[in-house]
Design a protein around this ligand. Structure first.
Ligand SMILES: [Zn+2]
Length: 646
């Protein structure tokens, strides 16, 4: 022992625990030590990148689903070059770039292949030694887009493709993306049409070249292209036309009825009434009706990628649970793209994002998505109430808040990357969407109550999102900015109000429902909205009775934490073989629940998990339970007013 160290002698006297800490501080152990990390990649600076990148994408290989990229990048002779492949993607709020899909990378200068080395820490960065005589480098690679869903989202099919520019480019480190100019071009399969919020410069021999634009705007302007394509004008105002561009698996799916088109047009009018402005010079909805291309709902400043069911138009009534999609993504042009949380905005796609305000970005967008869908007629008032009833009931039953505050779920895009979850209701996942919605319903009804129904969240939306005229330069905000804007509408201690809901371990706020003049109840028949959603998803949703969701083939797709199924040790993936001795079907299960209510007999399920069979007995006599909102005549019908067309 090193008695010559006075501190050590003293801690030895005080106790073993402290003395061990002191030894750790003072002497190095004999085990391995970390090697130094490579120097960090140059941070982005707000200065102009010299020259314009030329980017050419060949998207014709729809059979093998390969996108071929050629890129010419002006460089400063002899200066070290680091190329970045986009990692942190706006809208996903997470590091979901697929650098693993980059193949065949070659980099040349004046025809000679250059050596590139991937950074061993930041694997999205490629170091290139540029020779002194080179004024540009030529980059070639393939983006081997997923052939099967197990690899990731399918973006190319025989009928359509979704070109996301962040997948088909590399860009120099050291610059803000708004300071890097790009001239993009694309070659599509013959006869295909496309839509993107880009301005075409020329089309020759099947190659469409777009006007040069900042990299930031390009990545924010993806393309849908397809064999079956139609465009509909939603607003023909030449200063800011709004278009609905539709691609589909089959031509006959693009069968848009006049009243459906009217509702989509009304969405634009209602959004303008709500926000009082728009932050684009044109807007393109990119709508894919498909079950072949991977699903998507991704916001952009002047467009949105909206993937939905093939029968969106042709079985309109049955797909009500898809009718808020466009209203949600459109709202993001204001909430999320133009007004952006300060910690979420990043100067390029390789700087980490932070999602502390996603309960505004996504939560309030979820709220306005439903409200605008109702105001425009995309959803009926009843469908909207039924949707909100389902949300309220879901959060009334989930108890994940007992260990994890809502605020913490804003880390999920990074922590969980939307991987499948076994215990959704306990682990929690991005709850800032729907619990966020409930908070904003709470806020809206409270503003209305406190102001004697003279003010509402509409006033906040106009003030907060409607600023800045038609500018689309992002305007960032902080928590304090949100609180200030709320206070300007209706003075109140909004900071404490919001923090209590964001940081507490208490249940989700349902006050907005009751203050809106409704109560959450459970009946033995589902609402049409609920039943159609079950049919579309091919499930029986028994969440509010037996505590599980089961697919039509008997597989459990969700089990409620601490619910009845959970208490019977049922898990995701368990197969229900039979109900009371007869082969499983959704109807038979519902019948068994009804019978148990009458007879008091248990419900017996034979279940299979792996190669193990067992019988599970549910002593449950409360019958079928489905949520709905019912009018509380004792309170003003604020929710009805909120959903009313303006
Ligand atoms: Zn969203």
């Amino acid at each position: 022992m090193s008695g010559g160290v006075p501190g050590l002698t003293r801690t030895l006297v005080i106790g073993a625990f402290l003395s061990l800490s002191a030894v750790g501080l003072l002497s190095q152990s004999s085990g391995p030590q970390p090697t130094p990390l490579p120097p960090p990649i140059a941070a982005p600076r707000d200065v102009t990148y010299p020259g314009t990148i030329r980017l050419a994408v060949d998207a014709r290989d729809i059979e093998r689903r390969i996108l071929s990229v050629r890129e010419t990048l002006p460089v400063r002779p002899g200066e070290p070059l680091v190329l970045l492949f986009p990692q942190w993607l706006p809208g996903s709020h997470s590091p979901t770039g697929r650098v693993d899909k980059v193949a065949g990378l070659t980099i040349r200068a004046n025809g000679t292949a250059l050596v590139w080395r991937r950074d061993v820490v930041d694997v999205f960065a490629f170091h290139v030694d540029v020779p002194p005589a080179a004024s540009s480098v030529d980059i070639e690679f393939q983006y081997t887009s997923p052939v099967e869903t197990s690899e990731g989202r399918v973006v190319m099919t025989a009928e359509m493709l979704n070109l996301q520019w962040n997948q088909v480019l590399m860009y120099p480190a050291g610059y803000f993306t708004r300071q890097i100019m790009v001239e993009p071009s694309v070659r599509l399969p013959e006869g295909w049409q496309f839509a993107a919020a880009l301005e075409t410069a020329s089309t020759t021999s099947g190659v469409t070249t777009f006007k040069p634009l900042p990299l930031e705007t390009l990545v924010d302007s993806p393309m849908f292209a397809g064999r079956y394509f139609q465009r509909f004008e939603l607003d023909s105002n030449p200063a800011a036309p709004v278009r609905l561009n539709v691609v589909a698996d089959r031509a006959e799916l693009i069968d848009v009825k006049p009243d459906q088109l009217d509702a989509h047009r009304e969405l634009v009018r209602q959004a303008y009434k709500l926000y009082g402005s728009h932050h684009y010079d044109h807007y393109d909805f990119l709508l894919a009706l498909t079950d072949r291309m991977g699903g998507i709902g991704l916001e952009h400043h002047r467009s949105s990628e909206d993937g939905t069911v093939p029968t969106y138009f042709t079985a309109w009534e049955r797909n009500a649970d898809q009718h808020d999609l466009l209203a949600h993504e459109y709202t993001h042009s204001w909430n999320g793209k133009f007004r952006r949380p300060a910690d979420l905005w990043t100067p390029n796609y390789n700087v980490p994002m932070r999602g502390s305000l996603l309960w505004v970005y996504e939560g309030q967008t979820e709220y306005w998505g439903y409200v605008l869908a109702a105001r425009s007629g995309l959803l009926t008032r009843q469908q909207t109430l039924d949707a909100l009833g389902s949300v309220a009931a879901t959060y009334e039953h989930r108890i994940g808040h007992q260990w994890r505050a809502l605020q913490d779920t804003t880390n999920d895009p990074i922590a969980a990357l939307r991987r499948p979850l076994a215990w959704r209701s306990w682990e929690r996942s991005e709850d800032y969407y729907y619990e966020g919605l409930l908070i904003w319903l709470d806020v809206d009804t409270l503003i209305r109550e406190k102001s004697g129904d003279r003010k509402s969240l509409d006033d906040f939306a106009a003030a907060f999102f409607g600023v800045g005229g038609t500018s689309y330069v992002p305007m960032t905000y902080t928590f304090e900015d949100v609180v200030r804007a709320l206070n300007a509408v209706q003075p109140y201690d909004w900071a404490s109000f919001l923090r209590a809901r964001l940081d507490s371990r208490g249940p989700a706020p349902l006050d907005g429902v009751s203050r809106g003049g409704y109560q959450l109840t459970y009946r033995d028949t589902p609402t049409d909205y609920f039943r159609n959603s079950e049919l579309r998803r091919r499930v029986s949703d028994m969440m509010f009775s037996l505590g599980f969701v089961v697919s039509d083939d008997g597989r459990l797709t969700e089990v409620l934490w601490d619910g009845l199924a959970f208490k019977n040790s049922l898990t995701l993936g368990t197969q229900v073989i039979s109900v009371n001795g007869a082969a499983y079907s959704g109807d038979r299960l519902r019948e068994a629940v009804r019978d148990a209510q009458k007879t008091g007999m248990p419900i017996e399920l034979s279940v299979k998990n792996g190669d193990r069979y067992r019988t599970v007995s549910f002593n449950y006599r409360d019958g079928l339970r489905y949520p709905r909102l019912e009018r509380d005549p004792g309170k003003p019908a604020r929710l009805d007013q909120i959903l009313e067309s303006r």
